[in-house]
Design a protein around this ligand. Sequence first.
Ligand SMILES: Cc1ncc(COP(=O)(O)O)c(C=O)c1O
Length: 462
Amino acid sequence: MTQSHDPQRMHAISDDTRDTVDEVLHYARRRALFENVPLDKAMSPRDLERLASGSITADGIGARRAIGLFENVLAPACISTDHPGYLSFIPSAPTKAALAFDVVVSASAIYAGSWMEGAGAVFAENEVLHWLAGEFGLPPGAGGVFVQGGTIGNLSALVAARDVARRNNKAAGVTDPQRWVIVCSAEAHSSIAAAAAVMDVDVVTAVPDAEGRLHGDAVAATLDEHGEAVFAVVATGGTTNFGIVDDIASIAAVTRDRDVWLHIDGAYGLAAMLVDRMRPTFAGVGEADSVIVDPHKWLFAPFDACALIYRDPSVALAAHTQKAEYLDTLTESADWNPSDLAIQLTRRARGLPLWFSLATHGTEHYRAAVDNSILLAERIAGEIRVRDRLSLVRDPQLSVVVFRREGWALADYQSWSTRLLEEQRAFVVPSSHAGETVLRFAIISPLTTFDTLTGILDTLSE
Ligand SMILES: Cc1ncc(COP(=O)(O)O)c(C=O)c1O
């Protein structure tokens, strides 16, 4: 610090800080209300170096220049995941209410790790978690926390599961296995293997059926083989590549019988339980010990948020509460402290954008928006079935449609995908299944229409 620099300048209420806030909020307002969101695309490091370097200086470039740089160079170098033609991976489609409220969360400097500091925010987040738990058929005592994403949600749930298994062994005087084991489907998300690597445990995959669904009998056979080493079974409520839902009811029957923790990874797909006619597909979810669903996927919240819910939150507290002298005031109280339910300490109130949007619009609009994606997936699958040179790889179960362009190899798919993005029409990257390159539409945004999709299909026969 030099003496000519006023230490309060950045924090004081002044014409300068007012202008800065106005510049930023005006831009945020414009972006939030774009009629036509530009798709945009990445730039090379070299181009960005040329166009955007040099912004960090001793005396600052000023808010106007910085926001100009963001608006004109940096933002266009990021693909808009809320563009209706963004159909790769899992898109995002935050409601206007949710994304606007994210600004409020930032403006309010809330610490949402403890009840003592963030009671109001934690209360509102819990309202959402309890509503979700009810939708999933979990009992009234269920509760949890919003964490960064499905990866951390899965890891936190599995850490709690292993902690329970260890405590049970200790209480029974049983020695822990040399290697703990998680059982899941071969189609489970890569974050399960990532969690296992962090935890230094093994993953054993049980074999799903030809449609990619894992059933209880395959889980039972795997449990027979690995016995007491298994501390958790993970069922997937909507695989990422195909949107396939495991036969959770039959898996739950097995885990109940054998007293093994059942975790449901519903990061993408569990939102479909909001749609009445989809509920039978998810039978058994209510028996889980833990579940996750990502609001930043199909619950229309901005990045990043995963709702992690435990059937019995007290076991998660035992696994996750951090102990330190400076935290004693918090941990020695009976308050509901979200930090103690997952791998984290400081936390943003990342459930609040969803709370605000749900409070604003009500739950029924959410059901309609999720249903819209499922219906659109069915409709476009019908269209693919009748188009020359296209064929479905599997019938869609949720809102992911996987299909092939007959006669194409990886290089054809790649150059088509690059052209689509160059032309700023859509972002559809090739995926693969059983060694075959395929195309995949993941439909989340209610602004993605049948015409958006048929427009893309037309380019496959050009
Ligand atoms: C089924 C499933 N589980 C877990 C994840 C990981 O979630 P995140 O990217 O939020 O960490 C994903 C992401 O697509 C997913 O689809």
